[in-house]
Write a protein that binds this ligand. Structure first.
Ligand code: UDP
Ligand code: MG
Length: 319
C-alpha cells in the first residue's frame, strides 16, 4: 500500500476558469506549504484543468509549467462547469491521493499538511470543513445553510454542512468516483455517496485573492436544484400526498355544499370559492408538472450519453 511505499504522491486538482491573476499567487502559496513535506516523503502533482477560459489563464499555466514540470494542464474545449472540470482532473490523476482545490486561495494551502496527516492515520477521506463563513455575504451564508438543511432532510445520502470540494481523497475513492457513470455531476453529493472512512479538519475560509466569483445567485440556485434532484426523489413523491389531501378536502367540501343545498335550498353566490379553488388547483398542477419536468430533463441529459467534458489538449510529462 502507498502508506508503506517510499514516497506518496498527492495530486492537487485545480479547476480554473478565467483566473489569470490568481495562478501565480496560488502556486507560490501552495509551494510554501508543501515544500516542507518532502522530508516526510510526500511529493506533489499539480493538475490544472482550464475550463474554457477566455483570458490569459492558459498562457499563465504553460509558463508555470516550463518552470515546474510537476504542473500538468488539461485544456478543455470550452467551459463545462466546475463539476465537469473536477471530473476531468480526477480522471487524469494517477497519484495515491487527490485534493481538489479552488485557485482563488479560498481553500488555504496551510490545511494541506493537516489533510495528509489524517490520511496517513488511515482515513480514506479527509474533509476540510469551514469553521466560519464570515467571508461570504449574509445572503450566501443563509441560503447555503438552508440548502444543507433541506437537502439532508429529504435526500437519502446526507452531505456534511459547510464542506466544499476541498478535501483529500484516497486512490480507492478516486477509483470509486470514476466508476460512477452519471453525466450531470454534483460532486459534493457523489463524494458523500461513495462513502469510505472519513475524518474532518476545520479551517477559516479566506476571501478571494484575485478576480471575481464565478457563481452568481442564479447559478447557485441551479446548483442547489441539481443537488436535490440528483440525490432525492422527495419532490416527486410529495405530490401524491398533496393530491390526496386536496382531493379529501374537496370531497368534504362537496358534502358540505350538498347538505347546505338540501337544508337551505339553492345558494347562488359561490363565485369567490369557485374561482379560488380553480386558481389554487391550477397552480398546484403547474408546480407538479414543473417538478416532473426537472427530473425528466435530468433523465434526458443522462440518456444522451454525451461525454462529461472534451479535452482539447493535455500538457503533461516533462516535455
Ligand atoms: N470554476 C471553473 N469553472 C467554472 C466556474 C468556476 O473551473 O465554470 C473554478 C474557478 O476558477 C475556481 C473554482 O472553480 O477555481 C471556484 O470558483 P469561485 O471561486 O468562483 O466560486 P466561489 O468560491 O465563489 O463559490
Ligand atoms: Mg472562490
Amino acid at each position: 500500500m502507498h502508506k508503506k511505499s517510499a514516497t506518496a504522491v498527492v495530486a492537487l486538482i485545480v479547476p480554473v476558469h478565467n483566473e489569470e491573476a490568481a495562478i501565480v499567487p496560488f502556486l507560490s502559496a501552495v509551494r510554501e506549504h508543501t515544500d516542507g513535506l518532502k522530508k516526510s516523503n510526500v511529493a506533489f502533482d499539480f493538475i490544472f484543468v482550464n475550463d474554457g477560459s477566455s483570458d490569459a489563464t492558459l498562457d499563465r499555466l504553460i509558463e508555470a509549467r516550463q518552470a515546474d514540470p510537476r504542473i500538468q494542464v488539461i485544456d478543455l474545449s470550452r467551459n463545462f462547469g466546475k463539476e465537469a472540470a473536477l471530473t476531468a482532473g480526477l480522471d487524469c490523476c494517477d497519484a495515491d491521493a487527490a485534493i481538489p482545490m479552488d485557485v482563488d486561495l479560498q481553500d488555504p494551502p496551510s490545511v494541506i499538511p493537516l489533510l495528509i496527516e489524517k490520511w496517513r492515520e488511515g482515513f480514506e477521506v479527509v474533509l476540510a470543513k469551514r469553521a466560519s463563513r464570515a467571508s461570504d455575504s449574509l445572503l450566501k451564508q443563509h441560503s447555503a445553510s438552508m440548502f444543507y438543511r433541506i437537502h439532508n432532510w429529504i435526500a437519502q445520502q446526507k452531505i456534511p454542512h459547510d464542506v466544499g470540494d476541498f478535501r483529500l481523497i484516497d486512490r480507492q475513492v478516486i477509483e470509486a468516483l470514476r466508476a460512477l457513470p452519471e453525466r450531470r455531476r454534483f460532486m459534493k453529493g457523489l463524494f458523500a455517496w461513495v462513502g469510505f472512512r472519513t475524518a474532518t479538519v476545520e479551517y477559516i475560509r479566506d476571501p478571494r485573492v484575485a478576480g471575481r466569483s464565478k457563481f452568481s445567485g442564479w447559478r447557485l440556485w441551479n446548483f442547489a436544484l441539481e443537488g436535490i434532484t440528483s440525490f432525492s426523489t422527495a419532490p416527486l413523491d410529495i405530490w401524491t400526498y398533496v393530491g390526496a389531501a386536496i382531493s379529501a378536502l374537496s370531497f368534504l367540501y362537496g358534502l358540505v355544499i350538498i347538505a347546505k343545498t338540501l337544508l337551505f335550498g339553492i345558494d347562488v353566490p359561490g363565485y369567490a370559492s369557485l374561482l379560488v379553488s380553480v386558481l389554487f388547483l391550477g397552480g398546484i398542477q403547474l408546480l407538479g408538472i414543473g417538478i416532473i419536468g426537472q427530473y425528466l430533463g435530468r433523465v434526458y441529459a443522462e440518456i444522451k450519453q454525451r461525454p462529461i467534458y472534451i479535452v482539447r489538449r493535455k500538457y503533461e510529462g516533462t516535455r
